[in-house]
Design a protein around this ligand. Structure first.
Ligand SMILES: [Zn+2]
Length: 188
């Protein structure tokens, strides 16, 4: 019986019958490109339905018994059929960011003074080719934004209080990938 579980980071603890389901398995496309990580219970479903094959077994060997078969807990699996994924599903620092997304990520705190922020600053100014990416945008209050103007933080003598990154949307990306995999493999 396979129960869908929320995603968790694999713990460093030894694998046992209670926690194997929370280990993560790397999924490769049929072309051997890495797609994402999914929880082990979902990886096992893909193996049992023959939608995927094991590329690397987890060491030490950990057997999972299901009805008539026994399979080894995998570390990496490969899909038998190529699955096309849109690039936008994969969120990373160089992905395009939106104004609303940056304000939400920074919880409306100014990256220069922690005051309430209603605007977004281009760290490398737009006038010098600064892109609309997660790592180049930070929430800023209008005072700091005006003071910084068309300068880098160093030129303006201002210090960034944290390093802006893409929001941690990994769990959402994993759910989308899983949904896509599930529909691709039941469509046949
Ligand atoms: Zn400020």
């Amino acid at each position: 019986m396979v129960t869908p579980m929320p995603f968790h980071r694999a713990a460093a603890a030894a694998i046992d019958s209670d926690n194997w389901i929370r280990t993560e398995v790397l999924v490769l496309n049929a072309s051997y490109e890495a797609l994402t990580e999914i929880s082990a219970d979902r990886a096992v479903v893909l193996l049992i339905t023959d939608a995927a094959e094991t590329v690397v077994e987890r060491a030490p060997h950990f057997p999972i018994r299901s009805q008539h078969t026994e399979i080894a807990l995998p570390e990496t699996i490969r899909l038998r059929r190529y699955v096309y994924l849109e690039h936008r599903m994969l969120v990373h620092d160089e992905s395009r960011a939106t104004l609303a997304g940056v304000l939400r990520r920074d919880e409306h705190r100014c990256g220069y003074c922690t005051g309430w922020a209603g605007t977004v600053d281009h760290i490398l100014p737009r006038s010098r080719g600064g892109p609309n990416t997660w790592s180049n945008l930070i929430a800023a209050c209008s005072d700091c934004n005006t003071r910084k103007a068309d300068r880098t933080p160093a030129e303006a003598g201002m210090r960034l209080l944290w390093d802006p990154k893409a929001p941690n949307d990994l769990a959402r990306a994993q759910r989308q990938v899983w949904k896509r995999l599930a529909t691709a493999h039941t469509a046949t």
